[in-house]
Design a protein around this ligand. Sequence first.
Ligand SMILES: N[C@@H](CCC(=O)N[C@@H](CS)C(=O)NCC(=O)O)C(=O)O
Length: 266
Amino acid sequence: MAGLAKSGLCAGRPYKLRPMSKAKLYTLPGSHPGVSVALMLDYKAIPYKRVDLLPVVSKAVLRAVGFPGVTVPAVKLDGEKLQGSRPIARALDSLVPDPPLLPEDPEQRRAVLEAEKIGDEQLQHPIRQIIWWLMKRNGNAMGSYLEGSHTGIPIPIAKHTAAPLVAGSVHFNKADDKNVQAALAALPGILDQLDAMIADRVFGNTEPNAADFQVAPSIALAMTLDDLRPSIEDRPVGRLAKTLVPEYAGHMPPGLPPEWLAPLSS
Ligand SMILES: N[C@@H](CCC(=O)N[C@@H](CS)C(=O)NCC(=O)O)C(=O)O
């Protein structure tokens, strides 16, 4: 098993790690919580191998390799099987405390956990629903989200066999007209809340915390959508995402009905 660097500098602070095996991150191409976990592993200087599963098929694979749940991100690290971006963040802090993902001060810690929860429970899923709704109507965009992925399947082949996986993902994520309209209507309120938390210095500071790593990939993914980018990129949360995740694979041309986008422009 590969060992880890035993010391180094991260965010200007020295860190010390006990030797541990390389982590294995199971994710999907374009998965925003998967990017969150990859960024946190990098921040903790934990080397890892990334395994990109295909949507829908991923559920059976995760079970086959011993995870109890059927969603990514999932991580094998030091004999532990971790699943879910927030539980993984807590486990990473206990395995490698420095640099920390949560502040020590209880009040600041509570605020970061609240922002992280909004990112996970309110922001992640609407973005997922919007993108699957669009992918069903523009299968050509699929190839761009597969750029740089490690599925083991050549992109042109994956792209041309994706229709049943897209249909399954639309079904699994309930990405129907009603839910996507509701997701778009809720988005401005969620973005306002996150911008207010950045103004209060809960996250978006010099040293990133668990909320930065949770929120920025969802916003970066949202900004791969031509329909959403103009309403997000100049907001504090958009600027934060561009700093933390400057390159997010994927590009989705416009496709949402203009009237569904009205809440974002008002
Ligand atoms: N809130 C969970 C999200 C887990 C989740 O829904 N992951 C998606 C990918 S972003 C998934 O595994 N979907 C299964 C599929 O598409 O087949 C987390 O942060 O870990």
